[in-house]
Design a protein around this ligand. Structure first.
Ligand SMILES: [Cu+2]
Length: 501
């Protein structure tokens, strides 16, 4: 119904316009064509001048009104070291184009007014004017040369790569439909190599090559954390189509291209907290974040830097948002230390693990720390000899007292500890499960304890500080009814027996 009404109104409006046209024609015939034309031209010229003024005032006023929402103005000063250069580049360009914009509009409307149709006036025709040609060629050329040179200078300042020796935090962002995968290098500071053939949605989304040990500590992150005032190099890649790594608050924007890694080097200079403080000074940010909850947090309190994809990469494009948090070095370290490596969580000791069955450096180091802290904890007990320390990383060949190669790390650690605490004497005890003959087990456990002692003596620990005992199957730590239980019962233990202070 409403549709029919609208069509009717449009039709009637058309009829009215046509009728007015006819009336104008008729009056023109009555009054004389010339007078009517002059009146129309005069009023059109005046109205165009009015339009010019309103239009220009509106352009300037709206830009002024919205300036605090624009990057580079109000609270949105750049949050990176290079951002100010980019902003001033935009301002210089805006200055020149602004002049041209205002002058050409004034000239355009002024000409329609000044040279409106008037009786007896004839247009001036000239085919060529060298002076005019020179002016409108040389002036824009000079301005262009200035803009381009200025742009190149800024480009060269903003875009260089880092020196290989330079201390820089590197992380990687991989775009795909429709998310950013963020990878950090872990404590070694180096990102492991990747191979697209290894990409597997289930257990290797980035195609990390697990035979490269640099991959072992790499972790994947949901939010991007960056320490303030630390130079950052972001490696940007894509898995499927073109994406674009865009951090508006840092004035950073770079294409993510499948098969062609790009990068950007920048230094965040404002923490998220500092940016929020800045925003809190502006009334439009002092309103509730959620209009339904007027007592909830304010808009400025909920602000976060964000990573967007600035390439229209598909229908889920908008969902490629990621939060970026710029924090103090201490907060960064705390977050960093709480992350766990993708390899350790998903690959370690599975069939995909090329190092299955081997001990890796991070495990050896962790075990070394653990053993030392267990030892020191036992030492401060009232009765240190009550505490048995299980030497979980001492291994023997089945049924024999021959130490396996892998045991050397644990034994080295013990020898290191005993050299540091040179006044401590220890007992090394061997234990078995209940499989087989009890007497044979007793002998085996004693031989194994002796093998450990021999190793330590060879490392220079005085044999008077070491005592070997075999307990056989007499002191099980767990049940002997399950495979795991029996495995836990086959063990070597260490006990502090005395400390000569
Ligand atoms: Cu995208």
């Amino acid at each position: 119904m409403i549709g029919i009404l609208i069509v009717g109104i449009i039709f009637l409006f058309g009829v009215v316009v046509v009728q007015i046209g006819k009336v104008t024609d008729l009056t023109a015939k009555i009054r004389g064509e010339e007078t009517v034309n002059r009146n129309i031209t005069n009023s059109q010229a005046k109205w165009l001048m009015v339009f010019c003024v309103v239009f220009l005032v509106y352009c300037v006023a709206s830009a002024w009104y919205y300036k605090n929402s624009m990057l580079g103005y109000g609270p949105h000063e750049a949050a990176s070291a290079h951002g100010g250069d980019i902003d001033s580049l935009f301002n210089v360009t805006l200055f020149f184009t602004g002049i041209v914009f205002i002058l050409t509009h004034i000239a355009l409307f002024w000409f329609t007014y000044k040279y409106r149709r008037q009786e007896g006036r004839v247009g001036k025709f000239f085919s060529h004017d060298n002076k005019l040609e020179a002016i409108w060629t040389i002036v824009p050329a000079l301005v262009m040369v200035y803009l381009v040179t200025n742009g190149l200078v800024v480009w060269n300042e903003v875009m260089p790569d880092v020196d290989p020796q330079e201390e820089v935090l590197e992380f990687e962002a991989t775009g795909s439909q429709f998310l950013w995968e963020i990878r950090y290098p872990g404590p070694d500071g180096k990102l492991g190599t990747k191979n697209f053939r290894l990409i597997n949605g289930g257990n290797n989304p980035l195609g990390q090559d697990w035979t490269d040990k640099k991959n072992i500590d790499d972790f994947h992150a949901t939010d991007i954390y960056l320490p303030v005032n630390q130079k950052v190099r972001v490696r940007i890649t894509a898995k499927d189509v073109l994406h674009n790594f865009y951090l508006p608050h840092f004035r950073l924007k770079m294409d993510a291209i499948p098969g062609l890694p790009t990068y950007f080097v920048f230094t965040p200079t404002k923490t998220t907290e500092e940016y929020r403080e800045e925003l809190s000074k502006y009334p439009e940010w002092q309103v509730p974040f959620d209009p339904e909850d007027p007592n909830g947090p304010q808009r400025w309190e909920m602000f976060d830097y964000e990573l967007a994809c600035a390439e229209l990469c598909g229908k889920g494009h908008y969902s490629m948002r990621r939060i970026v948090k710029v924090v103090s070095q201490e907060e960064y370290d705390e977050w960093f230390n709480a992350q766990s490596s993708y390899y350790v969580q998903n690959i370690r000791n599975t069939d995909l693990d090329p190092f299955k069955g081997e001990l890796l450096d991070y495990e050896i180091n962790a075990r070394s720390k653990e053993l030392l802290s267990e030892f020191e904890a036992a030492l401060i007990e009232d009765n240190p000899s009550d505490i048995s320390i299980n030497l979980t990383n001492v291994f023997f060949n089945t049924g024999s007292a021959e130490l396996r190669e892998r045991s050397k790390y644990e034994l080295e650690n013990i020898s290191k500890i005993l050299k540091e605490y040179s006044d401590v004497s220890i007992e090394i005890s061997g234990h078995t499960d209940n499989t087989g003959d009890a007497n044979a087990n007793l002998i085996l456990s004693r031989e194994r304890a002796n093998a450990v002692i021999n190793y330590l003596v060879n490392k220079g620990i005085g044999s008077n500080r070491l005592r070997a005992v075999g307990y056989g199957q007499s002191q099980p730590a767990d049940t002997n009814d399950t495979v795991e239980g029996r495995q836990a019962n086959r063990r070597i233990e260490m006990k502090i027996i005395s400390q000569n202070l």
